[in-house]
Design a protein around this ligand. Sequence first.
Ligand SMILES: Nc1ncnc2c1ncn2[C@@H]1O[C@H](COP(=O)(O)OP(=O)(O)OP(=O)(O)O)[C@@H](O)[C@H]1O
Ligand SMILES: [Mg+2]
Length: 494
Amino acid sequence: MPESAVAPLACNGRLKPGLRGLFAGLSGKLLLLTVIFIMLAEVLIFVPSISTMRLRWLQDRLNTAAAAGIVIDGLQASDLPRGLQDDTLVATGTRAIVLRKDGTSRLLAATDMPNAVDGQYNLAETTSWGSMCDALGTLLFGGNRIIRVYGPIGDSSMTIELVMSDASLRRAMLTYSGNMLAVSVLISLITATLIFFAINRLLIRPIRRLTLSMQDFSEQPEDPARIMVAEPGRDELALAGLHLAAMQSHLQHTLKQQKNLADLGLAVSKINHDMRNILASAQLMSDRLVDVDDPMVKRFAPKLLRTIDRAVGYTSEVLAYGQAAEAAPRRKPVSLAALVQEVRELLAIEAETGIEFVELVSAELVVDADGEQLFRIVHNLCRNAHQALLAPRPAESSDPRRITVSAQRIGSVVSIDIDDTGPGMPAKARENLFSAFKGSARSGGTGLGLVIARELVLAHGGTIALAEKPGPGTLFRIEIPDRPVSLQDYRARA
Ligand SMILES: Nc1ncnc2c1ncn2[C@@H]1O[C@H](COP(=O)(O)OP(=O)(O)OP(=O)(O)O)[C@@H](O)[C@H]1O
Ligand SMILES: [Mg+2]
């Protein structure tokens, strides 16, 4: 697929160029999410680092004041001149400096001493959690507060204490936060861009290729040029591409096969249609043969007639199957015994074959079905049984050759068994049971009889199945339920 064909995906699934698609697509969402996640991570880093920065800032002030305090203390002068005090306070950024030593406190320098302080911090005893809370407190509420900060001077027993406004501390913290924010934004943008390109290259482009190929293929599935050319690789998307390409080829093959079958079906239907007309003429002509006195003709005429009849029936069945669907059954009460009798006559089992046709159907048994369709069902199954029994069998076999049709009504369902003592269903027929054109294991068979029977049974809301039986042979069981009676009809009849 040409690379130029790759364009951003829009919400409706079609490909449209333009920026609008960027945030509707995966790439835009990923870009946005990456920036958000990195900023979140930066916030988590920010709190501990601003707290460390604050502690360090205060410690620097304490250290400066401590250095000055030790020097002033060494001068032993009772009070420092005012000018020197002010210089010291400005240099340390404080309002008062107190030195504690050997249990006594000495106020080294002081100006504008406030009456009370807003917060006290011992730098020697800070916990991480406490200092994080203090830092956030200063950032959010500080700027106008007076604080007292104290801590030991180096390893000595002396303590230095400062009283100061937190305005400059807060200013320093705000500058630090601003710098940190700028660095975070820069880092997140650089990382997001790198991740964006990496993901785009590794995920989005292959996914787009898959999507495009699916669209392309679905527009014209019979065009071999539209089958995806899978890219080499071992990752999940490369495998998905391989599977998609395989699926597309398989689908194309199946479609081609289906089309060939449909064409073939149409051709067969056309030939069949005309053949049926020719056979109908042959049927008319052969009817006259019955009147010829020649004994040879007399012997063969009925067989010829039956053969032609079957050929006509067969062509009609193929035509009926070629239609989209069978007509819906027109159901009414049908006497099954009479129907089976008709089937028997049509089968015209010859005495010399030794095949018995046993009817175990009560004369009173009535089926709620379409008589014509039920006839076709029973006829197809009996014809199969007859054909199976006609097949040559081992000379030593002395089993009777018998077709038994039995039926019974259980509640609102009539169950019909068509049983024969033939060789049983061949494996090929069993495997393709009820599959059109596939199930025939008989020379000259089309493999439609069982399919048609099943379709007609299903149209009656019934079931047809090959049943297990102890001896040799085949047993088909059909169950046809009565139509449900509507309350209105019942009342009308009552
Ligand atoms: N009673 C049976 N005993 C043994 N084999 C059977 C029996 N009924 C069906 N078969 C097997 O099942 C296959 C499929 O039957 P089906 O009636 O669908 O097709 P067919 O008889 O071959 O052709 P047609 O469309 O002319 O009926 C048969 O070819 C036959 O081999
Ligand atoms: Mg058949």
